[in-house]
Design a protein around this ligand. Structure first.
Ligand SMILES: Cc1cc2nc3c(=O)[nH]c(=O)nc-3n(C[C@H](O)[C@H](O)[C@H](O)COP(=O)(O)OP(=O)(O)OC[C@H]3O[C@@H](n4cnc5c(N)ncnc54)[C@H](O)[C@@H]3O)c2cc1C
Length: 384
């Protein structure tokens, strides 16, 4: 791909920058990056949807704006540099590509447009208490009864289930075959009787996560995506998209930039060569990750799947997110101690640092742990 920005790209950047500047949510700032304010998040996504820029990674035939890989990159960078929250990935980056590839026409028509307009919000029902890394061991059962599946089981760590209109869900439809072959992919309306959502509060003090209990939940059979038993193939396709979206390069640039600003306001930090070295090392790593990310995005933009490199992006991207948040907290010193808060004269980056640091411990776990991604790379890329 060509990374020299053409005059058209530069005009596009100016247009995007101006629009985002006029529409960025008021609460944007260093604490944002992890959606935790429902109204802010929904309003922002709907605004993007009305503009036709929410599903900016989708092909035009499904409601995307038809941008090139470079334009997508410019948009994502401008969005992050303005401190605007990333869009929730579940409908846009995960279910969208799955429905485009495996959904039937009725499912595409029903579900894709509201996602692109920011009108319907999705959550991901993959993990269960006994099925995290060993996802194929999931036990939630779906039994076919006439024109419905009757679903019973429990999901856990379901991000924003309490916000969601729908959940895409892996269910076991056959217990007689090897475990990978007995899984199916269902779309479940969260208002269906029999669904109970219990909150899990995380160490950053927020409620992002939930347990979801399903008791005799009746799901229309037309909500099955692909064939019965094809769920594992679909699940794996979705996961490569999920991992690619976790790399978070533009947001890491934003966080690192804010850290540089905060350091510049403090002579003890800005004149310390060890601090300069630390920031430079983070920047070099981020640049290397950015180029790998761009190669993957370019392939996706040409209609190919992200492939197993998405595992490398996930590992390195989350390591960097953690390293940047670690630097924000350590360099913040007393300014990053929440029990001194509001740390009166602390730079906002430092004041938000502990919360970000705490939440981001999870980034090497969600989307498939980094240990598992290393196994994927060893097997698929290195053929070990
Ligand atoms: C903040 C957050 C948000 C999440 N959001 C969602 C969501 O929206 N929807 C959803 O479905 N799930 C979600 N998850 C769940 C997440 O995908 C799982 O936590 C993850 O897949 C790991 O599963 P586990 O927690 O059962 O850990 P386990 O699988 O029990 O792993 C425990 C440890 O053992 C290691 N390990 C396990 N097997 C191996 C192996 N074979 N080789 C080497 N090491 C191994 C793991 O790497 C890990 O360090 C979320 C998790 C978090 C923390």
């Amino acid at each position: 791909m060509n990374l020299d920005f053409s005059p058209e790209d530069q005009a596009f950047r100016a247009e995007v920058r101006a629009w985002i500047r006029d529409n960025v949510p008021e609460q944007a700032g260093p604490a944002i990056g992890i959606p935790s304010h429902k109204e802010t998040q929904f309003a922002w996504e709907r605004k993007l949807g009305q503009k036709g820029w929410l599903a900016y990674t989708w092909p035009q035939e499904f409601g995307g704006p038809g941008w090139s890989a470079t334009q997508r990159y410019i948009f994502d960078t401008e969005r992050a540099l303005a401190g605007a929250p990333p869009s929730s990935p579940f409908g846009l980056a995960m279910l969208g590509p799955v429905l485009m590839k495996y959904g039937n026409d009725a499912q595409k028509q029903r579900y894709l447009p509201p996602i692109a307009r920011g009108e319907e919000f999705w959550c991901q029902g993959y993990s269960e208490p006994g099925a995290g890394s060993d996802l194929a061991g999931l036990k939630t059962q779906a039994k076919r009864e006439g024109e419905h599946y009757v679903v019973n089981g429990q999901k856990i760590w379901t991000t924003q289930a309490h916000w969601a209109n729908f959940m895409f869900c892996l269910v076991r439809t056959n217990t007689e075959v090897p475990k990978q072959q007995g899984i199916s992919f269902l779309l479940i309306d969260m208002r269906t009787p029999g669904i109970e959502i219990r909150p899990i509060t995380t160490i950053d003090g927020h409620h992002h996560l939930n347990e979801v209990f399903l008791t005799n939940v009746r799901v229309p059979a037309e909500n099955l995506v692909g064939d019965e038993g094809q769920g594992w193939t679909i699940a794996k396709y979705l996961l490569t998209h999920e991992r690619t979206s976790i790399a978070g390069v533009p947001d890491s640039y934003y966080q690192l930039g804010r850290l540089r600003e905060a350091v510049a306001t403090d002579a003890a930090l800005s004149e310390d060569p060890l601090v300069s070295h630390r920031l430079a090392a983070l920047e070099v790593d981020l640049l290397a990750l950015e180029y790998t990310n761009l190669r993957t995005l370019d392939r996706v933009a040409k209609g190919q799947p992200p492939g197993s490199e998405s595992s490398g992006l996930k590992i390195k991207g989350t390591e960097l997110q953690q390293a940047i948040s670690e630097a924000q907290m350590e360099l913040g010193g007393l300014g990053a101690l929440p029990w001194l808060s509001p740390a009166d004269d602390a730079h906002p980056v430092f004041a938000a640092a502990t919360q970000r640091y705490n939440f981001l411990r999870a980034s090497s776990i969600y989307g498939g742990t980094n240990e598992i991604q290393k196994n994927v790379l060893a097997k698929l890329l290195l053929q070990l």
